[in-house]
Every structure is written in structure tokens, then in C-alpha cells.
Design a protein around this ligand. Structure first.
Ligand code: KG4
Ligand code: ZN
Length: 339
């Protein structure tokens, strides 16, 4: 089944064509990096307008790159849950229009479910059940993934998402946006043990996260040293900050793995591109006899191929949406647990 996927939940306008949830024929992503750099982050109204300008071109480009036309498309999957409301509306309106005009099945997808499928697209052998850590600019979630469409939320962030913490620290130090890749690069030249920063909620029994205190600790440390005219080595700060985040993410994930007695971990979302996070997960999993799976780098951040793949799994089970499909900016993933 050839599924057209559409993703516009935040700042990437994306359309993709994927066969049977496995074979990616095209995955076009138009980023709003110019706007992000200009405003230092996503401005929801401006992002939604940019999606409206681009969506038609991006869908056309996805068909052209796959050498297909709308006549070949058999279903439409679109991110309808979790994201910025105006942005989600653009993608859902486009998907509904194509579904109605062509008489095609339509399925609304939760953005996090899309990220879960990004890992499956890159790793078809990813087993169930597994623990999935989804870490991006908008979310930090630890999930017990029971089967293809059934999830249990174990923990989430109480304040900033992991990617948001990277972005905010980068902004404070006037570094390039988005901050994650910049700090990742800089950390390679720094000493990760130079500063001992707090590991928020690490010793706490819950699976929730909190990164806002860590961010404040870095900023306060910098200000204190500055007041005493002691300059801080920025590369060491980047490395120590990154290490604190990685430590919390890996430790909590391994604790969930032990409690649920699973053998596999999947790490998805923009922050799963982080080289230190990948390195520590790989080391720890080798040591503990576990398997860890990451999406390919191009599927870590928001894209429509993951939405098409998630849509195929739902359609295969006979689950589809109708033309009343609405957008829900903030709905938990378990609300979709139909099994
Ligand atoms: O999944 P995504 O494209 O969008 C959301 O759903 O939020 O993730 C974007 C986030 C940004 O916060 C960005 O800084 C972060 O992922 N990111 C990284 C890396 N690459 C992207 N964070 C740490 N290290 C990276 N290499
Ligand atoms: Zn995302």
C-alpha cells in the first residue's frame, strides 16, 4: 500500500511516500531554519503561515521524487495530535482535501507515534515489547511499547524537554540554532568532567524528567564566574551539560528496561541524533546484554516518512479517521491505545 504521509506539527513541512510502512520512496522536508535563526525559536503563527505557503509544493515534490502521481497514492496519513495547533491544522486540511478529492482512506497520527515508527523504519527487526525513549525539542517521554499500536507512558518531562534545554542553553551563549547539534559538536572538544552539574530527578523513583534546574545551574555558574572575572571554557560547559542530560536519560531508560524486563531499547526524536547519547547507550547496552536501536540520522528529526509508516500500521488494522478529523495540540499518546 502506497501511503502519502504529511507532517506539519512544528517547524518542518514534510511529505513522504512510503510503501507498506517500510520502503521510503521520497521524504521531502522543508525546514524553517531561516525563521528559527531570525527569531531564536519557533513563533507558532509565523510557522503555521510558512506551512500554508509550502505544503502544496512539498507534496508535489514528494510525488515527483518518487516518480508517482496522486493516482498511485492509496491512503493519506497525517500528524493530527501533539504539536502547534495552527501548524497541525495546515497538514490536516491538506490531507483531508486529498482524501476527499481522491476518495482515499485517511488516518490521523499522534506525533510521538510517528517518532516511534522512525526507529522501526530504520530497524525493521526492532522487537516488541521494548522501551522507547522519545527525546526532542517538544517532548521527553519514556514509553513501554507493547506492540505495534499499544503504548504505556512511564514518564515525561515536568518542565523543559531535553532538546529544549539544549536549545535554551545554546541561545543563552549566543550559539547557532538549533542548539542540540551545536552543543554536540562543541562537546567533542570539551572535558565532560570539568564541571559537576546536577542530574535532576536521577535518584528519584519516578520516570519523570526535569531539565529546567540543570539549565538554571549552568546559567548561574556562568554568571557567578563572570562576576568574579573568571571566564569559563565554553567547550567544557557544553560537554559537562551534555553529559548531565545523557546520564539522566540513559539511567532512567535502563531502570525502565529492568522493571519491565525487556531486552530492547529504541531511542527516537531529534535528540536521538546526539553522538554522546548514542555512544553511552551503546556502551551500556553492550555491557548489559541489551539491544539498542536508533533511527538513521535523517529520520531522527521531524519527517513525514515516519507518519506514513505509523499510518500504514493503523490502516492495516482497519483503523482510519473520517473527514471530521480534528487536531489536538496536547493529547497523551495512551489515548490512542486501542488494544
Ligand atoms: O524531533 P524534532 O525535529 O522536533 C520536535 O519534535 O521537537 O527535534 C528537534 C530537537 C531540537 O531541540 C534540537 O536541538 C534537537 O532536537 N537535536 C539535538 C541534536 N540534533 C537535534 N539535540 C542534541 N544533539 C543533537 N545532535
Ligand atoms: Zn518531533
Amino acid at each position: 500500500m502506497l501511503v502519502l504521509g504529511i507532517e506539519t506539527s512544528c517547524d518542518e513541512t514534510s511529505a513522504a511516500l512510503v510503501i507498506d510502512g517500510k520502503e521510503i520512496l521520497s521524504n521531502v522536508i522543508a525546514t524553517q531554519l531561516d525563521l528559527l535563526k531570525k527569531y531564536g525559536g519557533v513563533v507558532p503563527e509565523i510557522a503555521a503561515r510558512r506551512h500554508a505557503e509550502l505544503i502544496g509544493y512539498v507534496i508535489k515534490e514528494s510525488l515527483d521524487r518518487a516518480e508517482k502521481t496522486l493516482d498511485d497514492v492509496e491512503a493519506v496519513a497525517v500528524t493530527a495530535q501533539q504539536g502547534l495547533i495552527g501548524c497541525l491544522l495546515v497538514g490536516v486540511a491538506a490531507a483531508k482535501a486529498i482524501s476527499y478529492a481522491r476518495g482515499l482512506p485517511l488516518v490521523g497520527i499522534h506525533h510521538i507515534e510517528g517518532h516511534i515508527y522512525a526507529s522501526r523504519l530504520s530497524n525493521p527487526d526492532l522487537p516488541f515489547p521494548h522501551i522507547c525513549l522519545t527525546v526532542s525539542g517538544g517532548h521527553t517521554m519514556l514509553l513501554y511499547v507493547k506492540n505495534e499500536t499499544s503504548y504505556e507512558l512511564l514518564g515525561t518531562t515536568l518542565d523543559d524537554a531535553a532538546g529544549e534545554a539544549f536549545d535554551k542553553i545554546a541561545k543563552f551563549f549566543n550559539l547557532d540554532f538549533p542548539g542540540g547539534p551545536t552543543i554536540d559538536r562543541m562537546a567533542k572538544q570539551g572535558n565532560r568532567y570539568a564541571f559537576h552539574l546536577p542530574r535532576p530527578m536521577l535518584r528519584n523513583n519516578s520516570y519523570d524528567f526535569s531539565f529546567s534546574g540543570l539549565k538554571t545551574a549552568v546559567i548561574n555558574m556562568f554568571k557567578e564566574k563572570l562576576a568574579k572575572n573568571v571566564s569559563l571554557p565554553i567547550y567544557d560547559i557544553a560537554a559537562s551539560f551534555q553529559e548531565a542530560i545523557v546520564d539522566v536519560l540513559v539511567t532512567k531508560t535502563l531502570r525502565a528496561v529492568a522493571e519491565k524486563n525487556v531486552q530492547a531499547i529504541s531511542v527516537t526524536g531529534g535528540v536521538s541524533a546526539n553522538s554522546r547519547l548514542r555512544e553511552v547507550f551503546q556502551e551500556q547496552c553492550r555491557h548489559n546484554g541489551l539491544a539498542v536501536y536508533f533511527p538513521s540520522l535523517s529520520l531522527c528529526t521531524d519527517n513525514a516518512a515516519m507518519v506514513a509508516a505509523a499510518g500504514y500500521a493503523r490502516l492495516k488494522r482497519g483503523q482510519k479517521s473520517n473527514l471530521r478529523l480534528n487536531v489536538y495540540p496536547n493529547v497523551p499518546l495512551e489515548a490512542r491505545d486501542e488494544d
